[in-house]
Write a protein that binds this ligand. Structure first.
Ligand SMILES: Nc1ncnc2c1ncn2[C@@H]1O[C@H](COP(=O)(O)OP(=O)(O)OP(=O)(O)O)[C@@H](O)[C@H]1O
Length: 127
């Protein structure tokens, strides 16, 4: 059995994140989107409250994608053959990621709408 010190456990968790980033197309997409969102938030100098909302949305999506990846591995191990419960498990986990991704997209629109409109000068003149 591998040793279970705090730092060893930290290393295994990091290996899990790297594994998902290497093998899961959706995880790569989430990571690329997260980098783009963080860069945009820095360039647009969004408030700290908006940073919190963005970072929460990013963490939620990526954490659920990691859980989804773990669940897919367990299902493939336990049920390599087709089974309705295997399908239910994978589809439900994928649904959790989808819900989080929709939440993240809505958060992005709320956070970036005004800064982007202001930047592009689409706000019109107020009298
Ligand atoms: N053992 C199984 N029994 C029944 N249906 C399955 C099984 N494995 C996969 N499926 C069905 O096929 C779909 C795709 O499964 P797959 O393992 O390819 O994951 P995926 O959706 O490609 O995930 P990802 O793209 O995140 O890797 C599942 O959502 C499920 O509906």
């Amino acid at each position: 059995m591998p040793k279970r010190t705090f730092w060893a456990a930290f290393g295994y968790a990091a290996q899990g994140i790297v594994y998902a980033l290497r093998t899961q197309r959706n995880m790569k997409i989430h990571a690329a989107a997260a980098v783009a969102v963080i860069a945009a938030a820095a360039l647009l100098h969004v408030s700290w409250e908006r940073w919190v909302a963005l970072l929460f949305a990013i963490a939620l999506v990526m954490a659920l994608e990691l859980v989804n990846t773990a669940l897919e591995s367990v299902v493939d191990l336990a049920s390599p053959e087709l089974h309705p419960l295997a399908k239910a498990a994978k589809d439900t986990a994928a649904g959790a990621v989808l819900l989080a991704a929709v939440f993240a997209a809505i958060t992005g629109v709320i956070v970036f709408y005004h800064p982007v409109v202001g930047l592009l000068g689409w706000g019109g003149t107020h009298q």
